[in-house]
Ligand binder design. Sequence first.
Ligand code: ZN
Length: 394
Amino acid sequence: MADRKMVVRNIGLMLSGKMEAPILDADCIVAQGGKITGFGVEKDLDCEGADTLVDAQGVTLAPGLIDSHVHPVVGDYTPRQQQLHWIDSTLHGGVTTLISAGEVHMPGRPKDVVGLKAMAIASQRWYENFRPSGMKVHAGAPVIEHGMVEEDFKELADAGVKLLGEVGLGTVKDGKTAQQMVAWARKYGIQSTIHTGGPSIPGSGLIDADMVLETGTDVVGHINGGHSALPDDQIVCLCENCKAALEIVHNGNERAALLTLNTARELGKLDQVILGTDGPAGSGVQPLGILRMIAMLSSLGNVPAEIAFCFGNGNTSRQRKLDTGLIEVGMCADFVLMDQAQHAPGKTILESVQLGNLPGVGMTVIDGTIRSLRSRNTPPAMRLPELVEGQFTG
Ligand SMILES: [Zn+2]
């Protein structure tokens, strides 16, 4: 299985995930053992002996989308809205990687230090051992609580924990303590994020720009609020002063999202803009959330669609140092194949997205394996890729 070869040919448009060159001169991509081994014009590539051969029928191929902010709990079930198969539904929205911002919806979530460490390690394990519908779920993201010491972060890192949950969702709500704990986390290679804005649900609290700046996390989690956004001047201040990723979420304030986008553009910081849904949340789950954010930011924010797609794959890859989300040799073969939705206005898929419409997803691929065919959730695509060789096993 490890050396299985996949070829996708007859691609109409290939997006790179790279803002500096978002559109590739390529109609074919080759992967072996789950990694990209070549892409470009078909006649220049070694396409022989493919175990899986896809004729894209002229549709668009992009790196699989990444949701930078989810709250998974266990398997493909969320207790938050008592909903099954939200991850499978998200795969049908073109997303191939999910990043946990804390498994905070676990009923009875332990808040004592030994308990929170145990749950983080267990969560990391159960999503590593079981990928719902093939989805990559980076989970095991503990929420910091008072009483944690440096040794706790070392122990978490040694056990395979690579992320912190949103700072501020636990008892630590002062910048000084949070900064110390985030520094310990970073020392041991654990990435951090923070809840920015007003309280999300009863029990959580306000995190303002001063606290975000003092804490210094790697990601400014939902800079547009989750759901209540900070006042405009504080959002602008964060854009001006943060070198961290500026994460815009679906489950946030859309006006604040556009303020962030416009401010980041003025500052020449669009490469720091990344996307998440923040689902499952009080507002439910958002299977098409990343596509909806791309269409919203492209249309209302006046960003070319090929750049807006980078917010949902390549930028997140670079900001979070992932091995997916970019079309590059050696990167994971995680793709979304999509086309202009039937009867959507616009001459091309990019034009239709820039007019605020969602594309129709026709296939997702994770590690060189087809994980879904025509999406049951997006509007139907004009054209669908065709499986010529190999089997779709679901
Ligand atoms: Zn939050």
